[in-house]
Design a protein around this ligand. Structure first.
Ligand code: CMC
Length: 423
């Protein structure tokens, strides 16, 4: 089958079928409007393919996630985060030479302009680090104005190298500690941990268990095809807005409670359940109650309808990490119990609601000593290479048109203006 037929207004229209490399099928409606007066209606884009992409494959029914063809489980077991960044950006795993050069570039650009440091003095002490991150990433565009649209490859390296510095500075600012500069003989994860947790007066040794946990978390978050923040990055970039401002917009989209902001909400929810005597059923019932706006945070997904492979990996790794670090976190037990109760409940079963990536990640961030308000920043750090790869793919697309959805207007029809005294 290479076309679908649509009979509309007495006309039969042949709509081409597009088939992806994993046999995913889509109906091409690009000629619908020019040939008829109709548009398609799909308000939250549940059935809309906004692009053709070579980057990430998800099969929600079977719980499959692959970056450039490589299963997430294999990358989680074997790859470094820097390798994954390279893979997402350039389509292939790097050889030793390519890796060394890439790693060197990412290290060389970690410093931020000294003038930008003053920004951090201007934010209130209790500023949410996501607000700080979004605004400082946007501000990067003011420091590289002449080159903003010129040297895309260099700006990609810059943003990859600098965002972790900005993220760590945002954290240091929030706890009133001096900012710690990057130490460029360290690897990507180690450098970030150093900027987060070192203090000038003390020797700081990086715990390899922490660096390993961070590696895993970053890889699992690195891309997820056309989710809300990635679509935002593509949307903003489609107007030919620069990379920095497009990514800043993506950070804004990620912050929301239904997207990356869910990881912070999960821990807040688990704490609430704990302080309420571990009464799981009460919260399950609340989540089912149509009159309450309470949701089980960290549950459900638009695409995964079986399980989220990232959650599976994180559940296992939360257990192992806490054991290795000798931490007994009551919130892990609560999360596990809550999952058990929810997965047996008819409401959750009928709607295919399973734990998503945000359900167990917070337990690991806690074990690493990362405060709750920083969780979504950690998600942003992981998702950054995915956003960039998608932005780049959009800019290099065969037909890089501006994103511009249509609407069905349901407001007032034409009426005449009424002067104020007659209203
Ligand atoms: N708790 C209770 N009910 C839920 C939940 C939940 N977490 N998620 C979905 N439902 C119900 C929803 O009320 C609806 O019920 P009904 O059919 O009776 O109206 C049904 O399940 C389908 O939900 P939906 O809202 O139409 O699904 P969606 O695809 O629009 O939303 C979601 C997906 C992830 C936003 C949603 O499941 C949710 O709000 N989950 C909690 C927030 C969360 O964990 N977000 C992180 C997502 S994964 C990481 C990321 O992408 O950032």
């Amino acid at each position: 089958m290479d076309k679908a037929q649509l009979i509309i207004d007495g006309k039969t229209l042949d709509l081409p079928i597009i088939t992806g490399s994993e046999n995913e099928k889509g109906i091409d409606v690009t000629q619908l409007r020019p040939t008829t007066n109709f548009i398609t209606y799909d308000p939250s884009y549940g059935n809309t393919g906004s692009c053709i992409s070579d980057i990430t494959y998800i099969n929600g029914e079977e719980g499959i996630l692959r970056y450039r063809g490589y299963p997430i489980e294999q990358l989680a077991d074997n790859s470094s985060f820097v390798e994954v960044i390279y893979l997402l950006l350039y389509g292939e795993l790097p050889n030793k030479e390519e890796y060394d050069q890439f790693n060197k570039d990412l290290t060389y650009h970690t410093l931020i302009h000294e003038d930008m440091k003053r920004f951090f003095d201007g934010y209130p002490m209790n500023a949410h680090p996501m607000g700080v991150l979004a605004s400082t990433v946007a501000a990067l565009s003011t420091f590289y104005p002449a080159r903003v649209d010129g040297d895309i490859e260099l700006n990609i390296i810059r943003i990859l190298a600098k965002v972790k510095t900005l993220a760590a500075f945002a954290y240091k600012k929030s706890i009133g500690q001096p900012l710690i500069y990057p130490k460029n003989d360290l690897g990507y994860e180690e450098n970030f941990l150093h900027m987060m947790f070192a203090v000038p007066s003390e020797e700081f040794t990086i715990d390899p268990v922490m660096a390993e946990a961070l590696r895993l978390l970053l890889i699992l978050h690195a891309d997820h095809e056309q989710n809300c923040s990635t679509s935002t990055v593509r949307m903003v970039g489609s107007s030919r807005a620069n990379l920095f401002i497009s990514i800043a917009a993506g950070i804004g989209a990620l912050w929301g409670a239904l997207h990356g902001g869910a990881n912070q909400r999960v821990i807040e929810m688990l704490r609430m359940i704990h302080s309420d005597g571990d009464n799981y059923q009460k919260y399950i019932d609340l989540a089912k109650d149509k009159n309450s706006n309470f949701k089980l945070m960290g549950f459900g997904h638009r695409v995964y309808k079986n399980f989220d492979p990232r959650a599976k990996i994180l559940k296992r790794s939360a257990d192992t990490l806490l054991n290795k670090m000798g931490i007994n976190d009551p919130l892990l037990n609560i999360a596990q119990e809550l999952e058990k109760v929810a997965l047996k409940d008819e409401f959750f079963v009928a709607r295919n609601l399973y734990p998503n990536v945000d359900f167990y990640s917070g337990i690991i961030y806690r074990a690493l000593g990362i405060p709750t308000k920083m969780f979504t920043v950690m998600f942003a750090l992981g998702r950054l290479p995915g956003w960039i790869a998608q932005w780049k793919e959009m800019r290099n697309a065969e037909v890089p048109r501006i994103y511009r959805p249509r609407q069905i207007y349901t407001g007032a029809t034409k009426r005449d203006f009424i002067p104020m005294k007659k209203r």
